[in-house]
Design a protein around this ligand. Structure first.
Ligand code: PGA
Length: 228
């Protein structure tokens, strides 16, 4: 089961080094670490690496952007795309270009999708998923669709401690898998060492995207122990 660690904008290089030392002692084969950009170059090659974002452009005159090709030179194999904390700054076209650039460089996009509280309350979950997924589905080859990883992250669940019921998660994952039958789908949003036993009952989940708990090695270890 894939476990993606999204450190978000945390850890100075100094803090990251001691975090990494502890993380490397964890015996779990399918970890993907997404540190903040400045720490990517410090991460070594013991753990698979992902970026938290990637430029929709090739190298060139794009101030502040980091291209897929540049990330690849650091051993980065994955990148989050469209995380809800970034989506408002990015158009659907830019997201698609980010995905394309990753594939061109033999890297794997982890595309985040999910509804807001208001959208859930107004029964708009499927509408949101269609909007977030169709542009991608229509513009990727079947082979690319199968390499892509989707992370279902209800926006109202990220960092809040609130998570959907198992039935609600199951319903969304089935909907996604119906559109993309051979694509891996992760769950993200307040997953932790306490609720993992309940989440584990959902057979459709292929892995987890962890934010807050990725920063605390002891809690992370407790969660991974329950997954192994
Ligand atoms: P969380 O974050 O685990 O802190 O809710 C998940 C994410 O934003 O990817």
């Amino acid at each position: 089961m894939i476990v993606v660690l999204n450190n978000k904008s945390n850890f100075t290089p100094e803090e990251f080094k001691s975090y990494l030392e502890k993380l490397e002692k964890i015996d779990y084969s399918e970890l993907i670490l997404c540190p903040t950009f400045i720490n990517l170059a410090l991460a070594g090659d013991k753990i698979e690496l992902g970026a938290q974002d990637v430029s929709p452009y090739d190298d060139g005159a794009h101030t502040g952007e980091i291209s897929a090709k540049q990330l690849k030179t650091l051993g980065v194999k994955y990148s989050l795309v469209g995380h809800s904390e970034r989506r408002e700054f990015e158009s659907e076209e830019e997201l698609l270009n980010e995905i394309k650039k990753l594939f061109e460089n033999d890297m794997i996009p982890i595309l985040c999708v999910g509804e807001s509280k208001e959208e859930r309350e107004n029964n708009k979950v499927e509408e949101v998923l269609d909007k977030e997924l169709y542009n991608v589905i229509n513009n990727l080859s079947r082979e690319e669709q199968e390499k892509l990883i989707i992370a279902y992250e209800p926006v109202w669940s990220i960092g809040t401690g609130a998570i959907p019921t198992n039935d609600e998660i199951r319903e969304v994952l089935r909907y996604i898998k119906n559109l993309l039958p051979n694509t891996k789908v992760l769950y993200g949003g307040s997953a932790n060492e306490e609720n993992i036993d309940t989440l584990k009952e959902i057979e459709e989940i292929d892995g987890y995207l962890l934010g807050g708990i990725s920063l605390d090695i002891d809690r992370l270890q407790a969660l991974l122990d329950k997954l192994s």
